[in-house]
Structures are given as C-alpha cells and as structure tokens.
Design a protein around this ligand. Structure first.
Ligand code: ADP
Ligand code: MG
Length: 258
C-alpha cells in the first residue's frame, strides 16, 4: 500500500486516526516551546471533525502530525492502523502523497500555474499519465463548482475561488483523509460558510475522513465530533449524539423561557 502509485477506482481505505500521548515541541533559539503535551484522542473513519481552540493552542501542530508533514517527539500517531510516527521521512512522504489531502489557511497555490495545473500537481507526484492528470484535475474543479475556470491563474481568482481550487487539489487523488487548517480564516463569513458546506458535501459523497480546524463557532455546527484544545492539551471531545443533546437542552431552555 505504501508507495503504491496507481489510483484505480477502488474506494479509499477507512482512515481512522488516533494519537496516543503525543508530545511535540519546537526549538526557539536556546529554549523550546511545547506545542502539544501528551495528547491522546481518536477519530472515527468517515467523520467530519473540527479541532477548536484559541490561537496558539496547538491546532496546526496537531493537523501537521495527522497530515504526516511533521513527526512527534514522543507518543504515536496512527492512521488506518499504521503507526506513522515510526516511518522514515521518505515513507511518511509517500504515505502522505497517496492517502492525504491538505488545505491550508493561505491557499498555497503555485502562482505561475493555472487552476488545473495546480490541481493536477499531486497526481503528477504519483506518476500518473499526463492526460489522466489533466482529465481528473478538470473533473475535480467541476466538483467544487469551478467548471470553465481551468486555465485561470490564481491571481485572477477571488479568495473563495482560490480556496475551492485548493479543495479540488486536496480531493483529486481521492485521499482517505483530508485535513484543512483554518480553511476559512482568510475568507469573509458567507464565503467561509459556503466552503464548509462544500467540504461537508464532498465528505458525505466520498466517505473520506475530514478534519479541519477553526475557531469560528458558526462554522462547526455540522461536525460529527469536536476536539477542543487549550495550551497544547485536549480539554474536551464532543461527539455528535452529545451535540444533539446539548442542542435539545438549549432548545428546551429557550422554550421554557419564552
Ligand atoms: P494554533 O494553530 O492553534 O494557533 P500552533 O500549533 O500553530 O497553534 O502553535 C502551538 C504553539 O507552538 C504556539 O505556542 C506557537 O507559538 C508554537 N509554535 C508553532 N510553530 C512553531 C515554530 N515553527 N517554531 C516555534 N514555535 C512554534
Ligand atoms: Mg494554526
């Protein structure tokens, strides 16, 4: 599976994710900053999960570890049963290229490539034939509502359109796991809400596991699970059934007060 470079039409594997006693710190000159302190959590395959927490609480660090962009100092990160924290850098990169799509807060499109070329890029890394890369890139752009903008340069797209290109780039290889780090932070509220709805519909249609970070309470109502971080630690995990219960209690309370 690792290193496999054909896509085929097989559905993605169930990508459950779990962290066990994960510690991650960054070196800053002579000192070090602890970003995650003994974080343990589990996320079910096929979930639409939001990681919440104030700025500096460790959201990006957590997503980077789940996304195989970085490795923990201690503890384990398991994806689909594989302990990715024990992989070599090369194996981790190969796992990521095949199974994980990433959406960044600042879009991270290549400015000198067209929308379609940006989206095709992850497929080229998997050594797929050029014609197939092109066809799949266009289909992914159609999926995010950008049909006809294949040849636009990123500089000639709005912020919302750029982030849709980034979502198309994340989903084009049909990854089992899509991660999105504050994907709406650089968008206005309405465009952000549209983007979350798009991500939710993609997650439902493909059955992938989708984990995003946000601290906007309006954008998280639809999540199956919420992970709350503070100062590098998980302070709460709320699952869907509990979210319903919270909501019902709030409704009852407001009816009683009315
Ligand atoms: P969030 O995404 O929730 O804002 P981060 O994961 O980016 O949080 O950061 C968690 C902590 O780690 C913060 O204290 C931050 O300053 C620190 N940090 C993050 N990245 C680095 C880095 N590259 N070098 C030094 N410190 C960092
Ligand atoms: Mg962040």
């Amino acid at each position: 599976m690792i290193g496999e470079n054909t896509l085929g039409e097989t559905p993605p594997p169930d990508m459950a994710a779990s962290l066990s006693h994960v510690v991650k710190s960054y070196r800053l000159g002579a000192t070090s900053v602890v970003a995650l302190r003994s974080v343990s959590l589990s996320i079910a395959a096929g979930g639409f999960v939001v990681v919440r927490g104030p700025s500096g609480s460790g959201k990006s660090t957590l997503l980077n570890l789940l996304g195989c962009i970085d490795a923990p100092d201690a503890g384990s990160v398991r994806l689909n049963g594989i302990d990715v924290s024990t992989l070599s850098d090369r194996q981790r990169t190969a796992f990521r290229a095949r199974h994980i799509g990433f959406v960044f807060q600042s879009f991270n499109l290549v400015p000198v490539l067209t929308a379609a070329e940006n989206v095709a890029y992850p497929l080229q890394l998997l050594d797929l034939p050029a014609a197939e890369c092109r066809a799949r890139a266009r289909a992914a752009l159609d999926e995010v509502g950008l049909a006809g903008l294949y040849d636009r340069m990123p500089g000639a797209l709005s912020g919302g359109q750029r982030q849709r290109v980034a979502v198309a780039r994340a989903l084009v290889k049909r990854p089992a796991l899509i991660l999105a780090d504050e994907p709406t932070a650089n968008l206005d509220q309405e465009t952000g809400a549209d983007l979350i709805a798009l991500m939710r519909s993609i997650q439902r249609a493909t059955g992938c596991t989708f984990i995003f970070s946000s601290h906007d309470p309006k954008l998280i109502a639809d999540a199956d699970q919420q992970v709350l971080l503070r100062d590098g630690a998980v302070i709460d995990m709320i699952k869907r059934q509990d979210l319903f219960r919270h909501h019902r209690q709030e409704m009852r309370l407001s009816n009683e007060l009315a």
